[in-house]
Design a protein around this ligand. Structure first.
Ligand SMILES: [Zn+2]
Length: 245
């Protein structure tokens, strides 16, 4: 299948047919799938941090566990502007993928996001490489806290020992979860179609000889011949695509 840059609308029928013929499609999603749910991507997060008058650093500085422990007030103030949006709701793209699983076309979702929106949309088989916002622990006694505790307390502290509670992905220094990575690799290895949504990850890092559909608002990149590039926002594209299935 040739790489093409036709307007997204003219590709809807082609993409719809590919999906309908798939029995083990796998979606790989990044921040771009959630921007329409009001969650900033890395560029948006960088803009928020740059605009802040008191914080001088990048996203890695913000997420450094030693910084978050030393200055929890600044960490949590900026965390709530950037990553932590427990009131965000899934958009048409998340809902489309959840629906695709119920009709037997989609085997699972592999995501680099921590926003939990795939599960809120109803997706059940989700490999989260970095976990999600619902996973938080006390830095001292390791008691677990769900995101309601983080939402309720400006600077959340442990009910048991009084120490600071931090998100797991921060405490883990952004380490991925090996079990999730393994699950993701297994899903992708068996895929008969890969939907790569809202991420700049290069298609060459995905299994060869499998049709791929890339939906991203960035400029299309050169990939292999089995890749269809759709340069658009994910939510609007999948909202239209749902009418073709
Ligand atoms: Zn504790």
């Amino acid at each position: 299948m040739p790489i093409n840059n036709q307007p997204a609308d003219s590709q809807l029928a082609t993409v719809g047919q590919l999906i309908q013929h798939a029995t083990h499609a796998v979606a790989f999603t990044g921040a771009g799938i959630s921007t329409d749910s009001g969650i900033p991507d890395l560029a948006g997060i960088a803009a928020i941090l740059n605009a802040d008058k008191t914080f001088h650093g990048d996203v890695f500085h913000l997420l450094d566990p030693s910084f978050a422990t030393r200055d929890p007030a600044t960490f949590y103030r900026l965390y709530r502007q950037t990553f932590f949006h427990p009131d965000a709701r899934p958009n048409a793209a998340h809902h489309f993928l959840a629906q695709l699983a119920t009709t037997g076309h989609l085997a699972g979702v592999v995501t680099m996001n921590i926003d939990y929106l795939h599960q809120l949309a109803g997706s059940q088989n989700v490999a989260e490489y970095w976990g999600d916002l619902r996973q938080n622990h006390c830095i001292h006694c390791q008691q677990a806290y769900d995101w309601d505790t983080i939402a309720q307390q400006p600077i959340p502290h442990c009910h048991t020992c009084g120490q600071l509670v931090l998100p797991d992905f921060v405490q883990r220094n952004l380490a991925t979860y090996p079990a999730a990575i393994q699950k993701g690799h297994q899903l992708l290895a068996q895929a008969d179609l890969v939907l790569i949504i809202g991420t700049q990850r290069n298609v060459t890092s995905f299994p060869k000889n499998v049709p791929k559909i890339v939906v991203n608002s960035d400029q299309p990149r050169i990939g292999d011949k089995q890749t269809i590039y759709i340069q658009t926002k994910a939510a609007s594209f999948f909202e239209k695509l749902a009418l073709y299935l």
